[in-house]
Design a protein around this ligand. Sequence first.
Ligand code: CS2
Length: 496
Amino acid sequence: MKTSIALNQENLSKLPANVKVPSYNRDQVKTSIVHIGVGNFHRSHEAYYTNELMERYGVLDCGICGIGLLDYDRRIYNILKDQDGLYTLVIKELDGSLNARVIGSIVEFIFAPENPIAVIEKMANPDIKIISLTITEGGYNLNEGTGEFDFSNPVIVEDMKNPMSPKTVFGYLAQALKLRMQRGTGGCTIQSCDNIQGNGDVAKKSLLNYVEKAEPELMGWIEENVSFPNAMVDRITPVTVATDIANLQEEFLLDDQWPVVCEPFIQWVIEDDFKAGRPAWEKVGAQFVENVVPFENMKLRLLNAGHSVLGMLGALHGYKTIDEAARDEDFKTFLRAFMDAEASATLGNLGDIDLEKYKDSLIARFQNIYIKDLISRICLESSAKFPIFVLPTIKAQLKTGGSFARAAFVVAAWCRYNDGQDENGNTYPIEDAMSNELIRAAALSHQNPVRFLEIEQIFGDLAKNKTFVDAFLTSLNMLRTKKVKDCVKELNTKLG
Ligand code: CS2
């Protein structure tokens, strides 16, 4: 057996021909993007687009400096340091074949807990034109019920006290932008790549809320000099598992400590509002549009919500991956009806987008047997996801008198999910920033079902809406007395 080759700059030329490697000179790449949150999604999406631009068009002034803000990021920092910033993106094609390419667009990395000043200085550097973010749906620190920035969050309190050694993205941005203002460095773009409706607007709102208290003299400067384009981002990127690493060693003789696997589909629709210029990502498939809202709604309420539907129902049934749930005829019928009769009805005018085709393609993507997207990944952090993915459909349908019975059923399934045990008696952890509240509310809901909806931070006023509460109670009662599959079959017949 041939031994595999460790991934680093020096070894690139030794890799077998079936691995695509950067052919551009990485020493000549100039950093103009700082990215906070170098998770799998950033590595399959923005860093991939940017690598393509470098590779296919020789554009070398858009290098990325990754920033790890959390202690948790130490692992990716150490690995990328070891691998000279390189990692492998393995695209799992529809026929199951693997397409491996080494991505070279991340050329620097700073681990913030060890060097906060270096991070602030980097963001304030005149070469930096864009600060992009994948800090997760919950990272914007907004109370979903009230929409207000959460100043009671202990890390925010700390950042206000110790501005030069921040812990949160807002603390860092405030100090970096302050330096840019003081030094006359000029403006920049803060580009959210998270799955949130109006992600740019949300990033702006959170930052300005923070700055208003922490550095009030910055407010006007930010309004004038910083832009926050909204964007829709899409590529299903599962958690990397041990077999992904082993496959790479066997099929490509490549030793990568943390490769990323993803589906072939990719999409990025962005408002063209960049204060200090931007890479020509349109050359490699990104779409720049005037108004991204319809695209965002469509993606969040169909794809992401669709994931939550399959994730919650699938978890209770005992499925482990999304493709299993999406291939289950009863769940598939339920999902499609949720999309057609509930979510689609809230999307308004989508211009020339072919919605039927989009929904067909989503089902096909969910059913891709090679992607093995873990249901546990979909269900984690649901307290930040439901308010963005599922609840907007319920709220919109309540306003127009449209149907939301299936969405309410999924909320009830989420309540039941927080019991921590599937229908076969197998337990699973509730991985969620609000796990304590969720577990407690689910436990209380056995006696008093409405308790689950009283988590104000998630449901806000919805708990007071009788029509919704009734639909939730009916669903929860079904789920606590019957198997999820039987409930779904019944609803498929009843609701048509
Ligand atoms: C998923 C997303 O986290 C989730 O619940 O729905 O990560 C989804 O896979 C991506 O948004 C796809 O673009």
